[in-house]
Design a protein around this ligand. Structure first.
Ligand SMILES: Nc1ncnc2c1ncn2[C@@H]1O[C@H](COP(=O)(O)OP(=O)(O)OP(=O)(O)O)[C@@H](O)[C@H]1O
Ligand SMILES: [Mg+2]
Length: 449
């Protein structure tokens, strides 16, 4: 059970928080002043600190500075009056993770607490990872630290140097082509050609002519002799992409090349010897296709001597932050942006998204965010809208932009978002914001909302 330390000098408020958080399944420790925090932490570990800013002996700000000075890394969520959001922002610059305003919206608080724990888990993993970095972390430009990817790297290291036929299976955008390239570039054939054919893009006859070549006059339009991709790949690797989309007739011809190492061009009778290593990929389930009779079993056995399975990105969320970092560096450099990293909430959104387009979609999203980002951190604002829940504004952390969002901007945006949430109801909005209705009316007028 996660343990939360509530530090607040208002005992009624403390109890209210405690009751709600206990109900949400957390264990609570209490303190009524900032100067008690360090002694408590020394005595017992806690997982998160909920810290009021105004207290009698030692305020929250001072407590945060002291804790960070002493090297404590516990995540801290600050509680502050709406009128002093400014100090919450300052607290965050000293290392608080997030803040809530009074009167505390319990649902929002619970969400922030669980987000803080999600983020902690990510951070710890990341640290663990850094320690292991260099060990077995990537395969050149192929990134992944999930168990699934570690297995892929092992297989790659093992079979790349050999001539074994490899079958790569995975959804669109999971990295099939990247792996195929790595197999070639880490083999003894690396100085030979790496030739790719997309079997889904061509009709049967065209595909066969593409693969095996043709003699002059083999069909209408074949006005000269042409070598196929198998011949072009001689001494190197041929990558057959989307092999599940190949007709049974073409499958039979491929099988023959694999078995005999020779082929005939279309319309030709002489045999051509080829020395080619084959790597195939598909997003289809060839096993099922074999059962249905739409894929030859003998070819399937030949191809899948070494199978490599690339799971969808949503099944290896551990890879998301490292991939995001990797693409941030790549596109930061490319677009000459000095972006240091991701806001915790942006990372959490990335980790929660379903990624139907897998790594390609992640790569595109980060490239776009890099271009849009004006600050030092990628925030939820720069992520594609489908990744950000509709009610997101109501729980969003303040946007700290060194590019110069002023406090007034933030106040205006917060008021606007709150009014949106209450459907324009001002009394309700004033209550949520913790200010008098008249104050809200004044501010609406001032900002021209
Ligand atoms: N593990 C990874 N590390 C770094 N980049 C990756 C990784 N996997 C994929 N990518 C990148 O994601 C993009 C998509 O990968 P790739 O083209 O290999 O996918 P694919 O499975 O062949 O997709 P499709 O089925 O749509 O052809 C590429 O830009 C690739 O460099
Ligand atoms: Mg591909």
């Amino acid at each position: 059970m996660k343990k939360i330390l509530i530090v607040d000098d208002d005992s009624a408020h403390r109890t209210m928080l405690k009751v709600n958080l206990v109900e949400a399944g957390y264990e609570i420790v209490e303190a009524d002043d900032g100067d008690l925090v360090l002694p408590i932490l020394v005595e017992q570990p806690v997982d998160l600190i909920l810290l009021d800013l105004k207290m009698v002996r030692m305020g929250g700000m001072e407590a945060i500075k002291l804790l960070r000075e002493k090297g404590r890394v516990e995540p801290i969520i600050v509680i502050t009056a709406f009128s002093s959001v400014e100090s919450a922002v300052e607290a965050m610059s000293y290392g608080a993770m997030d803040y809530v305003t009074k009167p505390v919206d319990i649902e929002a608080l619970k969400l922030k607490v669980s987000q803080a724990f999600d983020f902690e888990a990510l951070r710890e993993e990341n640290e663990e990872l850094r320690k292991r970095l260099g060990e077995h972390f990537d395969f050149g430009n192929i990134i992944g630290r999930s168990a699934a990817m570690q297995k892929v790297f092992e297989t790659l290291a093992l079979v790349a140097p050999s001539d074994a036929t490899v079958l790569i299976n995975g959804e669109s955008g999971t990295g099939k082509e990247l792996i195929a390239g790595a197999l070639h570039h880490n083999s003894s054939r690396k100085n030979g050609p790496f030739i790719k054919v997309n079997c889904a893009a061509l009709h049967e006859n065209l595909l066969e002519s593409e693969l095996f070549g043709h003699e002059r006059g083999a069909f209408t339009g074949a006005d000269s002799r042409r070598s196929g991709r198998f011949e072009l790949a001689n001494g190197g690797t041929l990558f057959l992409d989307e092999i599940g989309d190949m007709s049974l007739q073409t499958q039979a011809k491929i099988l023959r090349v694999l078995q005999e190492g020779e082929l005939e061009r279309l319309g030709g009778s002489s045999t051509v010897k080829v020395d080619v290593r084959l790597v195939a990929a598909t997003h289809k389930n060839l096993d099922n296709m074999v059962k249905e009779g739409s894929f030859r079993q003998d070819l399937f056995f030949r191809l899948s001597v070494v199978p490599i399975e690339l799971p969808p990105l949503k099944e290896r969320t551990e890879d998301i932050p490292v991939l995001a970092d990797f693409f941030l560096q790549r596109y930061g450099k490319k677009n000459k942006k000095d972006i240091k990293g991701f806001h915790p909430q942006a990372l959490i959104l990335l980790a929660r998204y379903s990624w139907p387009g897998n790594i390609r979609e992640l790569e595109n999203s980060i490239e776009r965010a890099t271009i849009l980002c004006l600050g030092e951190q990628i925030t939820p604002k720069e992520l594609p809208p489908q990744m950000v829940p509709e009610d997101y504004q109501t729980v969003a952390a303040p946007i700290i932009s060194p590019g110069g969002l002023t406090l007034k901007d933030m106040e205006r945006e917060t008021i606007r978002a709150t009014l949106e949430r209450t459907g324009g109801n001002k009394s309700q909005a004033a209550k949520l914001l913790g200010i008098a209705r008249q104050t809200l009316l004044n501010k609406i007028k001032e900002y021209g909302i």
